[in-house]
Design a protein around this ligand. Sequence first.
Ligand code: ZN
Length: 299
Amino acid sequence: MHDRDTLRRFLFERYPIRGHLVHMDAAWRALIEHRDYPGPIRDTLGEAVVASLLLAATIKFDGVLSLQLQGDGPVHLLLAQCTSGLSVRGLARHREVSAGGELNIRGLVGQGNLTVTLETDDGAQRYQGIVPIDGGRLADSLQAYFQNSEQLPTRLWLHANEQGASGLLLQKLPGTGSVRTTDVESIEDAWRRVQLIADTLTPVELRTLADEEILHRLFNEDDLRLFEPAPVYFRCRCSRERVVSMLQGLGETETRSVIAERGKVEVHCDFCNRAYVFDAVDVAQLFKAPVAADSGSVH
Ligand SMILES: [Zn+2]
């Protein structure tokens, strides 16, 4: 199987139901490169990253969608972010857990919440929803999210391992649109039926079959329209400029004390593990530059 890093949309011609299929192969492996996540955490992060892509693809926006799990379990924080351009990044902060442990989200994250937020490019944050973490898998909590937040009826199927991460989303659209069936009862029947059929898709099939094969395997009795694949990327938004303003925010005394102690300041990005290194000359330069007016510093 070739590496796929794509998202594909499809529509049921007869019913107001749509879907997305997403696969991350090389992009997923790049996201977890240099990260030594225990298997269950890695796979849950993969599911979250794929879910963030599937959710972002259902919304028209310019910005960043974040899917965050926070709780009192071994995983304090699990964060997946997807931009409207379908670039993703993600991280997990955790205590030690056994590598062979179970992929149970309550066991990993404990008592806590799943939060979905949308931050638009103009800086406005549109709060989306928050639900308690529930059930065994991430998809179960997302199910609760869709039920509780007055979103469109939606189901997700997610699977990730060290090689890749894949997901399927089905969503029932409001009204009847331009579809051929307008009878509400038949639409409800179809919605129930497509979910039951999608439940028969095995994780291995979701991970390994081509999109056409998956859709044929599931919905060969339905008229489907499959759109061209859109590329999915792993891309971190960290930059030297951001680290510079972080250090400026930290203050000259603090930053110089690190230089005095270690000879350099080394900052690692939590998402991509990229290292930003500043020596004494860099630090001198950094605090010679005029400090931005909004930093609150007075000279
Ligand atoms: Zn980064």
